[in-house]
Design a binder for this molecule. Structure first.
Ligand code: 5AD
Ligand code: SF4
Length: 438
């Protein structure tokens, strides 16, 4: 009998990729995807541990899942409940203690073993816990990726050795690991043959990707760009320290490489950058962005910021605001500092009051909103290549993404779906750009 799987994803794009791969792993067991947890025989919560709020959400969602599970049991069927991802990795057995109705707890590095875990949970009825960092890379055991649509994620690197003092990733995702180039290219080719036109190469430190014979990410991108059908390439998330000349050159030379780069800086204050153990200062970052813009004059930059890191003074924060203006970021993901258990910054003196963190966050977000709007406005009159991927809300309209990820709508015929069209931007709407065929 067909079984149904519902995966709920929290957090980063790596989790979005992992969720899709977990579904791929379970497909041979007969699991098709369900629209909601209500319709599912198995539910996986793929969790995020990066900030306290993200982790808390998991436990409240588990409460809701328990009710569903009980209702199902009363109706004579079973719902297997699994917690995956970084909360599972960090909390492990604690999840089973707080939520004993959970059947499976698995970390981000063990989901290739899901079929075994499901069988074991079904057989024994007891909970299964697997948060190892196994010696075998999971990628070697995953079935071929199934593409949905024209844009896909492809994980090339995982883990982090940078140990920023605020961050849990090095503990939850483990040490930096690069997938072999051959495996990445095979997956890219398979996706292209299924109609994918845009690939986003993923990694917690994607530009830390390395190959035994000295290849770095710039070279890998060059190889991906040569694949038939792949018209656009992005990569995220990068660390300023790993931005080498070959990657910068790729921005100058490869038209497939989109001129939009997420390059988190976190703070504009040297004192704070040092306390964060970022391994770069403000000036190095600025010079790096200048080099990138020299290579690709159309480049737009996006960043993450943390407000209220321990010890952050008004002057430190002013330095951050000044850097945002100086670089001219067009997009940001910004957060107030959230002390994470087990990270060095959580124990630092001079924790900043919540109210101050919030006020500073609001200022960062207001400034970025201004800069985003100014950037959108500057796009009017420009010609852009837009990957049209679906029908719009109105008849005769298609929607797609600009090179800068802006949603763009245009009056165009349905057969253009799945193609990259040259469009002229004519108007800015609150959440999208309007274009005409150029
Ligand atoms: N508190 C607030 N933000 C954090 N991030 C990572 N750890 C924390 C934390 N403890 C942010 C960083 C990172 C993004 C993914 O999440 O800005 O780049
Ligand atoms: Fe976390 Fe820093 Fe690694 Fe990014 S580089 S994952 S912020 S430790």
């Amino acid at each position: 009998m067909a079984k149904r799987l519902f995966v709920k994803t929290y957090g980063c794009q790596m989790n979005v990729y992992d969720s899709a791969r977990m579904a791929d792993v379970l497909a041979p067991l007969g699991y098709a995807s369900a629209e909601s947890a209500e319709d599912a025989d198995m539910v996986i919560l793929n969790t995020c541990h990066i900030r306290e709020k993200a982790a808390e959400k998991v436990f409240s969602e588990l409460g809701r899942m328990r009710k569903l599970q009980t209702a199902k049991a009363e109706a004579g069927s079973r719902m297997i409940l699994a917690v995956a991802g970084c909360v599972a990795q960090a909390e492990g057995a604690e999840i089973l203690r707080r939520a004993p109705f959970v059947d499976i707890v698995l970390g981000p590095q063990t989901y290739h073993r899901l079929p075994e875990m499901v069988a074991q949970a079904a057989r024994a009825g007891g909970a299964v816990l697997d948060t190892e960092f196994p010696p075998e890379p999971k990628f070697d055991f995953l079935p071929e990726s199934r593409a949905e649509g024209t844009s896909a994620f492809l994980s090339v690197q995982e883990g982090c050795d940078k140990f920023c003092t605020f961050c849990v990733v090095p503990y939850t995702r483990g040490a930096e690991y690069s997938r072999p180039a051959a495996a990445v290219l095979a997956e890219a080719r398979a996706l292209a043959s299924q109609g994918v036109r845009e690939l986003t190469l993923l990694g917690q430190n994607v530009n830390g990707w390395r190959h035994d014979d000295g290849w770095t990410l710039g070279r890998l991108i060059r190889e991906v760009a040569a694949i038939d059908g792949i018209e656009r390439i992005r990569y995220t998330t990068s660390h300023p320290r790993d931005m080498d000349d070959e990657l910068i050159a790729a921005h100058a030379e490869l038209p497939e490489l989109m001129p939009f780069l997420h390059l988190p800086v976190q703070s504009g204050s040297d004192r704070i950058l040092q306390a964060m153990n970022r391994g770069h200062d403000r000036d190095t970052y600025l010079r790096l962005t200048e080099k990138l813009k020299a290579a690709q004059p159309d480049l737009a930059l996006s960043s993450d910021f943390i407000t209220g890191f321990p010890g952050e003074t008004d002057q430190d924060f002013a330095d951050t605001m000044a850097l945002i203006r100086e670089v001219g970021f067009v997009q940001t993901y910004s957060f107030k500092y959230s002390p994470r258990p087990g990270t060095p910054a959580a124990l630092m003196p001079d924790q900043v009051p919540e109210k101050v963190k919030e006020e500073r966050l609001a200022q960062v977000q207001a400034l970025l909103l201004e800069q985003t709007m100014a950037f959108n406005q500057s796009c009017v009159g420009r010609e852009m290549k837009v990957l049209l991927d679906r029908p719009g809300r109105h008849a005769g309209q298609l929607v797609g993404r600009s090179p800068y990820m802006q949603p763009v709508h245009v009056k165009a015929a349905a057969p253009l779906i799945g193609t990259v069209a040259r469009l002229r931007i004519v108007k800015v709407h609150p959440n999208s750009l309007e274009a005409v065929t150029a």
